[in-house]
Every structure is written in structure tokens, then in C-alpha cells.
Design a protein around this ligand. Structure first.
Ligand SMILES: [Mg+2]
Length: 297
């Protein structure tokens, strides 16, 4: 994938994207034996960033509608009507999803294509909803924002891919469950969405409505101060953590321990990933990258 060709904006000025994505996967699936899955997952996370930039920065509303329609069709012929920068992303996503499907089928004897494509379709539909809100300067109700935001944060896509890559507990019941976004998936998704909103990276030319839960909450509660809204979001994060801890430590799960740990690790890394310093820098993440990959303290 040619990042420059896509005209992708950098989310952070200090860490090359590929390093950030590598750290994501090393945190979620730290076991050395999952190296191959980490490589596949790095591609998945890269696509979430590419798509997010397409929807937030590059695409006009008309282009985005076409792109979303094409993703929903999931047919390579759908690219004919797309602008060039969207075509290469669409094709790369289509091919990469097929590659991952083949890997899962070869290793675990299960064809995950329907579930994987559904996860990408849901993500793009959620991005489209946000693009429309932004285009019309519409601030949604906090509940609507959160329902959509737990999908648009990308966590379900990542965890659904991990479920199939691990290939553990592959039953029809579990596949149906995973597609309905159980708490194991929705809790880390809420945690990421809310922390990211508190950090509120504003490098995406979305002055005004920045797509934040804080703004939705303040609209519904006009007498609430900015600090009051932040306190409320912190409370929501605590509740999501309680929910996740219950799922991971106090409930019997039909999912494997590796998958449960991946969901937990996903939530654990959120604070590091969303601790924005000035100028949209990620100082804590930079420190961890230096320690982990470059051996610098
Ligand atoms: Mg976005």
C-alpha cells in the first residue's frame, strides 16, 4: 500500500504509522507464537487508519457514498465508479481480506469471509454516518453517538479478525455471538472511543464538531460544564471497565483464554494510545516504542 499515493495524513508527527500499528499488535497478541497473526493484524489496523482518513479528510460526501455502496456490495467491479485514491484502497482491502481468509481456512478449516466482510461493511457504514453528521453539523444524541462510535473506533473489526486468526472455539454459536458484538468486544470499544474523545486529536480538519462524546453530552446537558462532561465520560469508562473485568474474570466464556486476553489487552493499551500531548504528539507511546523496539530509555 502506497501511503503517500493515498495522501494519508499522519495521526502523529513523531511515530511512523507502521511502528504504531506494530506496537498495537504486539500489545494485543504478545505471545511469540502468534507472529504470523500479528503481521496480518497490522494490515487490518492499517486499513482502519486509511479508511478513517478517507472518510474524515479526503472524501467528498458524494465520493464517500459511492465508496460505502461499493464496500457494501463487496465486489471488485464496484471500483469502476470510484476515484483513483479510493480504488487502490478498495482493491488492497479486498485482496488482503481474501489473503487472511485463505490463511484462516488453511490453518483452521473455517471460511471466515462473510464475517470479515460484514465487519468492514459495518465499519464503513459507521464512518458514513459520522461523515453525514459532520457534513450537516449535526450533533447526535449521546446514545446514538456511542452506539455508532463503538463500531467506528475499529475495535470490532480488529477483534473479529483476531477471533478467526486464533481459530479457537470456532463454532457456529460463537461466530453468531461474535457478530453480535458481545460485551467482550463492545466494552474495549467503548473504552477506546471514550478515551480517544477525551484526548480529542484535532488533526483531521474537523474544526467545530470534532465527533466527540463530550460535545454530544454537553448538548443534551446545556448546564453542564466542560469538566462536568469529562467527569461523566470518566464514569462511563469506569463502567465499561467493570463490564469487561466481569466478562474476563468472573464469567464463564465460550471463547478461548487467548481471545479473552486479546480483548483485555486491547482495552489495556488504550490509555497509552490516546494520551495525546501537545501538537497531537503521543509522548507515552513514543516512550514505550523507544523502550520496546529501540532499546532506548
Ligand atoms: Mg473518524
Amino acid at each position: 500500500m502506497l501511503v503517500e499515493e493515498l495522501g494519508i495524513s499522519t495521526r502523529t508527527k513523531i511515530c511512523p504509522r507502521s511502528i504504531i500499528e506494530t506496537v498495537h499488535t504486539m500489545t494485543i497478541l504478545p505471545n511469540p507464537k502468534f507472529s504470523k497473526y500479528r503481521i496480518a493484524l497490522t494490515k487490518v489496523i492499517s486499513f482502519i487508519y486509511f479508511l478513517d482518513d478517507i472518510y474524515d479528510v479526503h472524501g467528498s460526501l458524494d465520493e464517500l457514498l459511492l465508496f460505502t455502496k461499493g464496500i457494501n456490495e463487496w465486489e471488485i467491479s464496484a471500483i469502476d465508479s470510484l476515484p483513483f485514491y479510493m480504488r487502490i484502497c478498495y482493491m488492497a482491502l479486498y485482496n488482503t481480506t481474501n489473503e487472511i481468509t485463505q490463511m484462516v481456512f488453511k490453518e483452521h478449516g473455517w471460511n471466515p469471509i462473510n464475517s470479515l466482510t460484514k465487519s468492514w461493511i459495518a465499519l464503513c457504514n459507521a464512518f458514513m454516518v459520522e461523515a453525514k453528521w459532520f457534513a450537516h453539523s449535526h450533533v447526535p444524541m449521546a446514545d446514538d453517538y456511542m452506539r455508532n462510535g463503538t463500531i467506528s473506533c475499529g475495535v470490532p473489526v480488529v477483534l473479529i479478525h483476531i477471533f478467526f486468526l486464533l481459530g479457537q472455539g470456532l463454532t457456529h454459536d460463537n461466530v453468531n455471538l461474535i457478530e453480535s458484538y458481545p460485551k467482550l468486544i463492545s466494552s474495549p470499544a467503548k473504552i477506546l472511543r471514550l478515551w480517544d474523545d477525551l484526548g480529542s486529536a484535532k488533526d483531521e480538519n474537523q474544526d467545530g464538531f470534532d465527533g466527540s462524546c463530550l460535545e454530544c453530552f454537553m448538548k443534551e446537558n446545556p448546564y453542564c460544564s466542560g469538566q462536568g462532561a469529562r467527569d461523566h465520560v470518566m464514569l462511563m469508562i469506569s463502567k465499561a471497565w467493570e463490564e469487561l473485568n466481569k466478562e474476563c474474570f468472573f464469567s464463564s466464556s465460550s471463547f478461548s483464554q487467548d481471545f479473552v486476553m486479546a480483548c483485555l489487552n486491547m482495552a489495556r493499551m488504550v490509555k497509552v494510545m490516546c494520551s495525546y500531548g501537545g501538537e497531537q504528539k503521543l509522548p507515552l507511546l513514543e516512550e514505550y516504542i523507544n523502550l520496546l523496539l529501540l532499546g532506548k530509555g
